[in-house]
Design a protein around this ligand. Sequence first.
Ligand code: SAM
Length: 286
Amino acid sequence: MTENRGASQAAIQYHYDVGNAFYAPWLGPTMIYSAALWPDDAGTPSNLADAQYAKLDWHIASAGLGRGDRMLDIGCGWGGTMRRAIDGTGIGEAVGLTLSEAQANWIEEHHSGQPIRTEIRPWQAYRDNQPFDGIISIGAFEHFAKPEMDRAAKIAHYAEFFRFCADSLKPGGRLSLQTIVWMNVAPEAEAGNLPLHIFPESNLPHVSEVFEAAAPCFHPMDFHNRPRDYSRTLREWIRGLGSKRAELSAMTDGETVKRYRDGFAGFVLGFEKGVIGLTRYSFLKR
Ligand SMILES: C[S@@+](CC[C@H](N)C(=O)[O-])C[C@H]1O[C@@H](n2cnc3c(N)ncnc32)[C@H](O)[C@@H]1O
């Protein structure tokens, strides 16, 4: 079994097991915790839920998923991606991997009766003897390397992820990936720019590391970098945290709400100054 050299289960639970009730008021009905896909024209009206669905539909198409297909969602959060693929595309079965018990409980409660199976298990410890038609992984890659890893160590570990995905796909299968990436930052300044108080034990890839690690197993078919997709999403979350502050503080403490708001505000600056980017990839199995 491949060792989990990214963020540990304890680190992930520290973040996500703050409680489902804490996330629900500001993530909104989709319960999607990653950058949405906003229209390019800033004047085009759109709301967070519509922009999240647009993002999910991009990934479902990018993973080549169709009616009756079987999908794997690596880092499935609260299950919104799998549910969209079932409701919108009519896929036949979804398996979701998460490290968070609270998320798995939410899925059981809110998506019961759906062809969804959730495993509280890192991809490093997951094997299925039936290959998947498509794989989606949104906002989990950021947890796959630790801050102290150098470029070579990160690429070696990311390559294990791509090998796992290729081995889990049917011939001609696709992987759709979304991750935050480093852009304009000096290597020695990277660690200081990570909000480790929100996301402990995590690190970001550079775009070149993603492509280099994927190359032995996948052909890149599509790619974009849209930092504004994340800054706009973060502004929506900050607005939600602000308007629900009393409710959220009552269920945790004022300090937690402030930690999230300040952390998100730091991320907004990072995206707007070009320190970090938001990338999406469609990969075809070699
Ligand atoms: C930011 S959330 C994104 C959730 C969801 N994809 C979305 O867009 O709403 C990151 C997810 O990755 C999961 N995760 C992190 N490291 C993982 C690993 N090694 N294996 C499986 N899941 C992992 C977490 O448990 C969490 O569900």
